[in-house]
Write a protein that binds this ligand. Structure first.
Ligand SMILES: Cc1ncc(COP(=O)(O)O)c(C=O)c1O
Length: 450
């Protein structure tokens, strides 16, 4: 089998800005080794959430991954401080997960879930329910975080209709929130640049204030002391709109995309109390925090606040596209699942992956590892341009004295991949749960040298 290796490619002919590309004349199909298969042009793929021109002028490509590391076309090992896009929880190419995908693909490639089924979906939903917060054992499979969110919002509306309260239609989100790219999630979301180009969006939406309070909570570690009263803004929205018009509140228990905002002490509890008082459903968007990222299976458990629905994705599939919505029987018992469901949600391969991910997280006690190494990150990484730390578990925001983008670029030059966020001075660190102290030492050394 012909292999297209970088060494064989004359660099001067097949490189774009230093990144070696596939030699001309070598057909795509014969260039078969995924680890070295490189494109001969970067033009056609329109990259999401990326200034395409900037990327294509200086492409950052990876061709292989294993455990904590990505590998670049020229063979550099890059420590992955981002779990891909916050999803590769059990580490890259985790052998049990790879095997589960192989097995599933060879046994039952696809079966739908509309009026017929396959045993894996039932079996793995049952398995999944052993990890979910008490009482949240009804599981609806989706394909992405965005879809989990829009499904949750639709179910909230259908729930109110089923109870004879169709006038309870308003959805309340929060400033600075990210809930994905679909219309529902965008509408309750609060990141301006993600909303500005898309017209009036879903009607009947309002927003709570965000909880970022740098003045009062500067230098706090863990849950900020001040800010529980931000939840009281829900009382003001109730005064404005009346509770009889409000269906649901959706929040990220720890806001991720805006720059890692941990909920102030008592905030989520107060939000829960107010939702219960006004007969409003509380949805936690745990697309990032779910499945161990905060050192417990869910943030709901970590902060001891029970919502009515939880959206999940990311870590659930360790990079394989699959997602789920968790609900209580109170919600599922009330509604008919009409107008909800997709071709791929809960397919056999996705279910097999979820099972393997749970197995990997549990058998290697990865949540305990998250709790242990998280403390090490907090205690050692306030060096170089890092002036403060905000976060929970393996969801870290490193506050920087310089623009986070510059810090990210400088770290990448030292073979550390970190993320940026909606906050221009927060570098995001959301590593796979297999991160060890020696990896943190690499990060600390790189930061110290900046
Ligand atoms: C809190 C939250 N909700 C929803 C989403 C959307 O998930 P996806 O990109 O899988 O659609 C994200 C993605 O980062 C997220 O962080």
């Amino acid at each position: 089998m012909l292999r297209c290796t970088l060494e064989r490619s004359p660099p001067e002919r097949f490189a774009v800005n230093g990144i070696l590309l596939r030699p001309p004349g070598l057909a795509r199909e014969t260039c078969c080794m995924t680890s070295s298969r490189l494109p001969n042009s970067l033009d056609s793929f329109w990259m999401p959430f990326t200034p395409n021109k900037v990327f294509k002028a200086d492409p950052r490509l990876v061709t292989r991954a294993e455990g904590m590391f990505y590998y670049t076309p020229d063979g550099r090992a890059v420590l992955d401080g981002t779990s891909g896009l916050w999803c590769v929880a059990a580490g890259h190419n985790q052998p049990k997960i790879v095997e589960a995908i192989r097995m599933a693909a060879g046994e039952l490639d696809y079966a739908g879930s509309f009026n017929m089924g396959h045993p894996l979906a039932f079996e793995f939903a049952n398995r999944l329910s052993t990890l979910t917060p008490e009482g949240m054992d009804r599981i609806f499979f989706t394909n992405s975080g965005s879809e989990s969110v829009d499904t949750a919002l639709k179910i909230a509306l259908a729930y109110q209709v089923a109870r004879g309260k169709p006038g309870k239609y308003r959805l309340i989100g929060r400033e600075r929130a990210y809930h994905g790219v679909n219309f529902g999630g965008m509408s309750v979301g609060g990141i301006t640049r993600n909303r500005v180009n898309f017209g009036p969006m879903v009607g009947g939406v309002d927003h709570l204030p965000h909880t970022h309070d740098i003045t009062r909570n500067a230098f706090t570690r863990g849950q900020p002391k001040h800010g529980a009263e931000y939840a009281d803004a829900l009382e003001r929205l109730v005064l404005l709109h009346d509770a009889s018009t409000i269906a649901a509140v959706i929040v990220e228990p720890v806001a991720g995309s805006t720059g890692v905002l941990v909920p102030p002490q008592g905030y989520l509890q107060r939000l829960r109390e107010l939702c219960t008082k006004h007969d409003i459903l509380l949805i936690f968007d745990e697309v990032i925090t779910g499945f161990g990222r905060v050192g417990k299976a869910f943030a709901a458990e970590r902060f001891d606040v029970p919502p009515d629905m939880i959206t999940t994705a990311k870590a659930l599939g360790n990079g394989f596209p699959c997602a789920a919505l968790l609900m209580t029987p109170r919600v599922t018992g009330a509604i008919k699942l009409e107008g909800l469901g997709t071709t791929f949600g809960g397919g056999p391969m996705a279910c097999a992956v979820i099972e393997a991910v749970i197995e990997a997280i549990e058998s290697e006690d990865l949540m305990a590892n998250v709790r242990r190494v998280s403390a090490y990150i907090r205690n050692t990484c306030t060096v170089g341009p890092v002036t403060g730390h905000q976060g929970a578990g393996f969801l870290h925001g490193l506050r920087t004295s310089r623009p986070a983008k510059d810090v990210q670029t400088a770290l990448l030059a030292r073979n550390i991949l970190a993320g940026t966020s909606g906050d221009p001075n927060v570098v995001r660190l959301l590593p796979p749960y297999v991160l060890q102290e020696q990896h943190v030492d690499l990060l600390r050394e790189a930061l110290s040298a900046l």
